[in-house]
Design a protein around this ligand. Sequence first.
Ligand SMILES: Cc1c(C)c2c(c(C)c1O)CC[C@@](C)(CCC[C@H](C)CCC[C@H](C)CCCC(C)C)O2
Length: 295
Amino acid sequence: MNGPQLSELPDDSEQLEPFVSSLRRRALQASELSAVRAFSEGFLIKFLRARDFDVELSLKLLLNYQRWRRESPEISGCLSPSSVLGLLSTSYHAVLPQRDHSGSRVLVYRIGQWNPKDWSAFQVFRVSLMTSEIISMETQTQRRGLKAIFDLQGWSLGHAWQINPSLARKISSVLSDSFPLKVRGIHLVNEPMFFRPVFAMIRPFLPDKIKQRIHMHGADFHDTLSDFFSPDILPPEYGGEGPGIEEVCQDWTNQLLQSEKLLQQIAAHPTADVASTPDSSLISGEAQTEQFSQG
Ligand SMILES: Cc1c(C)c2c(c(C)c1O)CC[C@@](C)(CCC[C@H](C)CCC[C@H](C)CCCC(C)C)O2
């Protein structure tokens, strides 16, 4: 059975056990004694699915993930949705209720809603990290990855000044090999000319595979965006017929707020172990804390 076929099996499948054991063994060998903890199966499977069950690549991803978190305490140290509620209430961000035709999660970021006088780039980054932690628990998202739409209408110098080379490095790391999620597409819409220099800071660090998945749509994006996303899932603001952007942002904000405890547990433990969950339990907002097992 090949990697993608293995990915389709459920977490508790017997055929996955040798891969999980092997990654666990390699991870324990690689961590310093102080960092050793019992990794749960669900935690390890996230990394295996992200790398199609190649144990060496999964190990590399896991170690990069831990290193990224260790080196970015300003971002990963606080994963409290209520601490950024003011930003979320401006309809800055949503995960659309429906997946795209290939099963990917679709995320929308409306950068113009971010007032850089009120919120630092670190706080804004935390929102993405919170969402990423939550959706990466979904089995189907582990298999099919995510696509993100960045609406850059309102991008200003105030925003640009917040993005320095160190932050650009952190952005490119999570996009490439420091987070257990497959990035299947990045779509920029309404990007102004003076976004170019910022993008030029991030681009050199990205692997070709990711570079090829970045699409710049400009202001006339309705036609080209619909080449990638079916109108039934997109909000009308983005040329679709789905629920409106304000409503989907509100719904995802509620979802984040319901995950407050879970996210704080993840932030508190450098290798927080959270089992993967079927989508339904996320959508209905069922408590997931009982699935959380600390290593
Ligand atoms: C796992 C994961 C994380 C954590 C993530 C993103 C994606 C796709 C992920 O898979 C995308 C957004 C990002 C990188 C956070 C960005 C936060 C900054 C402060 C936003 C500023 C605006 C950017 C200059 C806009 C362009 C970025 C694209 C070129 C990615 O966080």
